[in-house]
Design a protein around this ligand. Structure first.
Ligand code: F3S
Length: 287
């Protein structure tokens, strides 16, 4: 059996940078508390814990008020930053620069009187953070169908951003639907491309690989939006696809009769998790 890896996969620049910043800080000044998991990947969280980076799920959970607190790559709203400052805590801000750009656009549009529509999951950490920068003028809309639930009395100036990990084609359709359904109530529309190339490039690589193989294995945390998107991209190509968090979840029967298997991993998936999956597939193929 041939095992092919996507030419672009795994930790993106933003996550790599955040992990390095937290590890470096833990090494130099001692234990650090990460405000939320650094990535949606349990293995990475455990590895970081062993290196002195623990996780608090929320501000309320910051038990030891004296330890430095790290903001994760997904970023937070200004209210959280203010609260950390109020408590006098040292802050290590590892927000991905691409997310910072999205936050700054949200702020700027809100300051200029736009209602800010964010194409994204309102429960996703990045989206919650970006919403925080809109000063209450933001609306997270998870799917294009949900556009009809927007309030009737929105300002006539609309700004549109996207969660960084969305597909470009889905964002384009979202904007198109917004125009089709609301143009009579829009005087000005400002669309800012806040998509992240790291994710788009990985999606393109996954799509290309999915066209060449009979089975795709997508490695990454189940909570990871971009890993789930990668699995969707592969399924769209009509190839049998499984999303696994670790090598232990691979089932021998998936590989029966397969000659070419593709492997990819989301932006929050560490290299070691991908290597373990490839190794396990090799073992299964040999057995
Ligand atoms: Fe940043 Fe893109 Fe990764 S927004 S955290 S480089 S997926």
């Amino acid at each position: 059996m041939e095992i092919l890896r996507a030419r672009d996969m795994g930790f993106c620049f933003g996550v790599r940078r955040a992990v390095e910043m937290m590890e470096q800080s833990a090494q130099e000044v001692g234990p650090v508390i990460s405000l939320g998991s650094i990535v949606h990947n349990p293995q990475v969280v455990e590895r970081l814990r062993q290196r002195g980076v623990d996780v608090a799920r929320s501000l309320d959970e910051l038990a030891d008020a004296s330890l430095p607190v790290a903001i994760t790559a997904h970023g937070v709203g200004p209210d959280v930053v203010a609260e950390l400052e109020r408590r006098g805590l040292d802050v290590i801000d590892t927000t991905c620069p691409i997310v910072v750009r999205s936050q700054m656009w949200a702020k700027r549009l809100a300051d200029e009187g736009y209602a800010v529509i964010i194409f994204g999951d309102p429960n996703h950490k990045e989206v919650r953070g970006v919403l925080g920068w809109t000063k209450g003028r933001g609306y997270a809309v998870p799917r294009e169908e949900d556009l009809e639930h927007l309030p009737e009395d929105l300002p006539h100036k609309l700004g549109v951003l996207s969660q960084t990990t969305h597909h470009a084609s889905h964002f384009a359709r979202f904007v198109q639907r917004l125009i089709e359904t609301r143009l009579d109530r829009i005087s000005e529309l400002r669309v800012v491309n806040t998509l992240c190339n790291a994710t788009t490039n990985q999606q393109v690589a996954a799509r290309e690989l999915a066209q060449e193989v009979e089975l795709m294995i997508v490695v990454g945390g189940r909570e990871s939006a971009n890993t789930r998107h990668l699995a969707e991209v592969c399924q769209e190509e009509g190839v049998e696809t499984y999303h696994v968090e670790s090598a232990a979840e691979l089932r021998p029967e998936w590989f029966t009769g397969k000659e070419r298997v593709g492997v990819t991993g989301g932006a929050s998936t560490p290299d070691f998790a991908i290597d373990q999956v490839v190794e396990r597939i090799r073992e299964l193929a040999a057995s």
